[in-house]
Design a protein around this ligand. Sequence first.
Ligand code: NAD
Length: 483
Amino acid sequence: MTQHLNHFIAGKSVEGSGARIELIDPVTEQVYASSARGTAADVERAVAAAHAQLEGGAWSQLDGAQRGRLLTKLADLVERDSEQLADMDANAIGRSPMEPRRMDLPNAIANLRAAAGWANQLEGRTIPTGGYFGSKTLSYTVREPVGVVGAIVPWNSPLMITVWKLAALLAAGCTVVIKPSEETPQSALHLAALAQEAGFPDGVINVVTGYGAEVGKALCEHPQVAKISFTGSPEAGREIQRTAGVLFKQVALELGGKSPQIVFDDASFEDAVRGCALGLFANQGQVCAAGSRILVQRNLAERFGAALAEAAQAVQVGDPREDGVQMGPVAKKTQFERVNRYIQLGIDQGATLAAGGVSTPERGWFVRPTIFTNARNDMAIAQEEIFGPVGTLIVFDTEAEAIALANDSAYGLAATVWTGNLVRAHRVAAAIKAGAVGINCWSPLDANLPWGGVKTSGIGREGGFSGALAYTEEKVITVLLPS
Ligand code: NAD
């Protein structure tokens, strides 16, 4: 029996047009569920429900403290169901369930709890001015919710990324239509049901499942959607700018990356190898912040390349539901083909294959953890996002060269600096063009920290207080004071 998933609109499970999308298990390549294939009509119903809650609905009557209490209840319920939610996300993409249990779910719960606090802290300012034609004035600002948000989410960390958007926008008083990835709709649907159990009014949180070109596009074009918050590929982000941007909607884009990990010869060797391996192989390398470009100082390069190749060979690949397996397949067939294509390109362009290689499994979209050494920064494997467990090592001589190589990328999401010299660490961190830099740690995520990129990695920040502010408009009010 396959699972039958519907939309969640105005507090109800909604079948939609009847067209379905099959969900395929990446380990067995068997269909395990189907979801509703949403249409513009489904989006219309969901946006209407979300809009009604802002226009005099019960949600619009709540103050920040009351919204905060609901967020706290939702956090408790997500915590109650955290293993179930982690397993849903893991099974959908063939990931080891231990990863979302240890990383995504605690982070999502912390985000909900942090946002519960932000909800009551979205204060305005009192601003001194020069007055108005000789009379004194009082000017102040208030933070108002942006409106209905279209939240468009990818498949790699579905629940966590949905919560990054949801927690912040609810704190700000917005309502939402979530469009999960067509591959991973379950956890968003479960989250919406939990929000209903927590007591959020019907229509505040809606989920319309389906394809980007149908549901996503309809959200971007809908006149009552005020903001699109998108996480995904630069290609889709560009398309969203073209549709939502020209309609003057706010558009926040969390896009891809080709993040450098710079390893200086004074770094702790073991820590750097462990950190680089984590940055390459967590979630099969299907992480936006994957540290996929390893820049290594020349006198360390050979030993470091050999150690990373050994780490790649030691990864246990197989059915992630089995004990001891560390890495499952990549999430889908197109992803499998993409990763293998890049591995072949690396070989063709002359990089040295130190571990892994092109994979041809009998069943399941398994790819081998792969390490290239002796690569150049202008190769495709160094410039383009592969989104798989593939690391590319490039040698540098000087600090200035390392910084130049790190910044010689269309992307600017994250970076790591591995060094024992903290003065150098801060100098290099300041010089790197990226949204986040880790010093001796790969991609530290925390509910209190903003997250986002520069250049092709996107526009805007999620997370932390900045994330909640991003779902508000600052309105200024000026009153003429009688003299
Ligand atoms: P994708 O762009 O194919 O899809 C993402 C979402 O957008 C899906 O829900 C999809 O249906 C929808 N979509 C696609 N085309 C659309 C369109 N024209 N209009 C509206 N919606 C559309 O990306 P993906 O393959 O799901 O995810 C992988 C990408 O996401 C990688 O590039 C990765 O780096 C990026 N990512 C970024 C972050 C971050 O925080 N910066 C986090 C995770 C993933």
